[in-house]
Ligand binder design. Structure first.
Ligand code: AHR
Length: 517
């Protein structure tokens, strides 16, 4: 039996939970837009052609902000193609994913969908093939009230009120040689600075995210961030990070410790941005936007059903690409990645799980068919629902696991929040152990505990193994069930206490009613 002793103190907080941590991502890629969020002929389609079943699941997931329209796609995209009468929009080749883009879905459709989904929009601009002019024109089209050519064009196209988009990404993964319009750090840094400046001339209230490294293994990692910020520090507010994890060659232990790498990545980017701050004698801090993260089995761009790379299949509209089916192990890893993001919530202010539907996504849908929740839906949905108020620092004394890829890691991983307004504290806990249950003893200094209000666990379902997934045929066999046996005792000597046992390879959420003592 694994043992973990965890101490939390009411006075040791990290900061307010940034609600934008529970972001998602919709890219014109595979079936994320077409037959994902948008399918006019679907039995649940709204008048505007949005799938109501997917909208309902998006709301249940609790996403707060959604990045759009890419991704690699945006680096070759003309935003003008996606506005105006649909029957006059051009069909284009999308070089990023080698697909045919009909442009039936564009900016106005995404804004309407976002309103229905109750999410903030995070708009990415094309700094691959385009630049300052297209970016500032898009800001004018979207955010200027009226009385100019572009703002009046928006009104003519059906949106009398400005979209008022606050959050903008200055391109996507431009450090990567695969990107259309790949750039050196100096080229990108100068472009980001000048584009940001021109965008702010149109709307001074926008927030800007600079492109960071595509992952911490990039040869330019560190140098890229330093150089880009040396050019653009004054103009940008956030530095982006992207990371995808997967199980390699059956090495589940390393995979389960992926959050150790995420911690390293985040802390390295904080150190680099702060080094530029010191060097340039800047006052403000650059915060972090982890605007693509997830588990992704990168075995080419096919799926298990259709393994051929997209580019070999000819130009097609919304082909099936990277529709990963997520298992129990993946859900536990996603829970720990969310813990890493939350524990760094003093600097990571935005995070977007990539993507929302079908393409490496918590939600799956079939054309003219059903939509369902994947295993990874649950840690995200519960954290988005319950992580409110202050993030609490956690001191963990746990048995450890030794991994080939990421060194050693705590077998029990946790993050915690306290919402003073509703008098509740929430704990998001994972047991990385593949074989042993974990006994957890949680001391809550400065709190008394009166009641357990929620205790749920996602673990290997009876009769299945850790590779169990949800799918159209089997239904949703992987989900949350009650976590039995959570014990609490009051608040003697100024500390409440929780004790519970986590099954092997599991992720759990516990919420309790607390009072300050
Ligand atoms: O999310 C899938 C792709 O991964 C995105 O288009 C790109 O930015 C990243 O490499």
């Amino acid at each position: 039996m694994t043992r973990a002793r965890i101490t939390i103190d009411r006075d040791f907080t990290i900061g307010e939970v940034p609600r934008r941590l529970f972001g998602s991502f919709v890219e014109h890629m595979g079936r994320c837009v077409y037959t994902g969020i948008y399918e006019p002929g679907h039995p649940t389609a709204t008048e505007e052609g949005f799938r109501q079943d997917v909208l309902d699941l998006t709301k249940e997931l609790g996403a707060t902000v959604v990045r759009y329209p890419g991704g690699n796609f945006v680096s070759g995209y003309n935003w003008e193609d996606g506005v105006g009468p649909v029957d006059q929009r051009p069909r284009r080749l999308d070089g990023a994913w080698h697909t045919l883009e009909s442009n039936a879905f564009g900016l106005h459709e995404f804004m309407s969908w976002s309103k229905l989904a109750g999410v903030e929009v995070m708009e990415a601009i094309n700094l691959g093939t385009r630049g300052v002019d297209a970016a500032r024109e898009l800001v004018e089209y979207a955010n200027h009230p009226g009385g100019t050519y572009l703002s009046d064009l928006r009104r003519k196209n059906g949106a009398a009120e400005p979209f008022d988009i606050k959050l903008w990404c200055l391109g996507n993964e431009l450090d990567g040689p695969w990107q259309i319009g790949h750039k050196t750090a100096d080229e990108y840094g100068r472009l980001a600075q000048e584009t940001g400046k021109a965008m702010r001339f149109v709307d001074p209230d926008i927030e800007l995210v600079a492109v960071g490294s595509s992952n911490s293994g990039m040869p330019t990692f560190g140098e890229w961030e330093y150089t880009v910020l040396s050019h653009a520090y004054d103009e940008v507010d956030y530095m982006s990070l992207h990371a995808y994890y997967q199980e390699h060659d059956g090495d589940a232990k390393s995979f389960l410790a992926s959050a150790v790498d995420m911690d390293y990545f985040i802390e390295s980017v904080i150190a680099t941005t702060d080094a530029v701050r010191a060097r340039g004698k800047h006052k403000k801090h650059i915060n972090l936007s982890f605007d693509e993260w997830n588990v992704w089995y990168q075995r080419g761009l096919g799926t298990d059903d259709q393994p051929a790379a997209v580019s070999k299949a000819g130009w097609r509209e919304h082909p099936r690409v990277i529709e990963d089916a997520y298992n129990v192990t993946d859900a536990v890893v996603v829970g720990t990645l969310l813990n890493s993001l939350l524990r760094h919530g003093d600097r990571v202010k935005i995070a977007n799980q990539a993507q929302l539907v079908n393409v490496i996504a918590p939600i799956r849908s079939e054309e003219n068919g059903p939509a369902w929740r994947q295993s990874i839906f649950w840690p995200f949905a519960r954290m988005a629902e319950l992580a409110r108020g202050q993030i609490l620092r956690t001191s963990v004394d746990s048995d450890r696991i030794d991994t080939a890829q990421f060194g050693d890691a705590d077998l029990v991983d946790i993050s915690a929040t306290w919402d003073e307004e509703n008098g509740r504290a929430a704990f998001f806990v994972a047991n990385r152990g593949l074989d042993e249950a974990a006994q957890v003893d949680l001391a809550l200094r400065g709190f008394s505990v009166s009641r357990v209000t929620r205790a749920e666990v996602l673990r290997v379902p009876n009769g299945a193994d850790r590779f169990a997934t949800n799918n159209q045929a089997a239904g949703e066999q992987v989900g949350l069930v009650p976590l039995e046996g959570v014990q609490h005792d009051g608040g003697q000597q100024g500390a409440g206490r929780l004790t519970f046992s986590l099954p092997a390879l599991s992720w759990a959420v516990i919420e309790v009613e607390v009072a300050v003592v």
